[in-house]
Design a protein around this ligand. Structure first.
Ligand SMILES: C[S@@+](CC[C@H](N)C(=O)[O-])C[C@H]1O[C@@H](n2cnc3c(N)ncnc32)[C@H](O)[C@@H]1O
Length: 273
């Protein structure tokens, strides 16, 4: 038997409260589909029984498992390519120049999922800006979901994942075989610190930040949450820092203190002067 409205709205409420992810009633099928494995894993016959346990407020980590199961962790190496083109052609060359005296850079990737996005930036730095090896580059990658962060830290990818977006030359150069899979080399792994962080909780990243990647996560949030997160990013960005969002995301009508910068097909946002 499917979930009744009361159970569905309890689950929507729980996920929203804990992560700000909005589950529309038309997406209710996702609750059933993604939570059945969580229910079975915890020894329940179905999602309804899981909801009963969640409502009893027993603190056994089940609430967190439910929220994590409702995150969408879709990602690829060099996703949408344009932000990486802009980093290579415009952003890093400019920052290398403007930060040449203090030789520090601060980068944050705020919805890192299984790590393909921050590792793409890491490989780009290794490939095109080897001089940064002698700088203090602080590169933090965060996500709400501990399971994806564990995978990111491990840096092991299936061929179906390395086939998506990763040029063969970089696969050869920056990965080693791990059974049937590929593991990103330790020197690239060591560039990035992966941390659990909820975008609607307390932030452990500190500014001023030079580059922020917050791609393909605002789409899951409502307008007040987007406004609040963009405002907090504004406060953390260096005056000449840049924010990269996903292709379907914008600061427009959400945070007026940003302006859009376009270079060819690449778009980013910077604090208005
Ligand atoms: C679709 S992935 C995007 C991954 C990557 N940025 C990209 O564009 O390929 C969205 C990620 O946001 C994370 N996420 C969702 N809600 C979050 C929250 N409240 N705080 C931090 N991360 C969150 C999810 O766990 C998921 O890994």
């Amino acid at each position: 038997m499917g979930l009744v409205e009361q159970e569905l709205s309890y689950l929507r409420g729980l996920v929203y409260r804990e992560s700000a992810i909005v589950i529309e009633p038309r997406q209710d099928y996702l609750l059933e589909a993604r939570l059945l494995p969580v229910a079975k894993d915890a020894g329940f016959a179905d999602v309804s029984a899981l909801v009963g346990q969640l409502r009893a407020r027993v603190t056994n980590g089940l609430h967190t498992k439910v929220v994590e199961a409702m995150t969408t962790n879709e990602t690829t190496f060099f996703r949408d390519i344009h932000p990486f083109t802009m980093l290579k052609q415009e952003v890093f060359p400019r920052l290398l120049q403007s930060r040449k005296l203090r030789r520090t850079l601060d980068i944050w990737c705020g919805a890192a999922s299984t790590g393909q996005e921050p590792y793409s930036v890491g490989m780009l730095v290794k490939e095109s800006f080897p001089e940064l090896a002698s700088w203090r580059v602080k590169f933090v990658a965060t996500d709400i979901c501990t399971a994806v962060l564990e995978r990111a830290r491990e840096g092991i990818y299936k061929q179906s994942e390395t086939n998506r977006g990763l040029p063969a030359s970089l696969l050869v150069k920056y990965f080693e075989r791990s059974g049937a899979d590929f593991r990103i080399r330790e020197d690239v792994r060591k560039m990035i610190e992966f941390r659990q962080m909820n975008l609607i909780g307390t932030w452990s990243v500190t500014g001023p930040l030079d580059i922020v990647f917050l791609r393909n996560v605002l789409i899951y949030f409502d307008v007040p949450t987007k406004k609040s997160i963009l405002g907090r990013i504004y406060d953390l960005l260096a005056p000449d820092g840049l924010l990269f969002l996903g292709g379907a995301e914008t600061t427009l009508n959400l945070e007026d203190r940003f302006e859009r910068v376009q270079v060819d097909k690449s778009v980013a946002y910077r604090p208005k002067k």
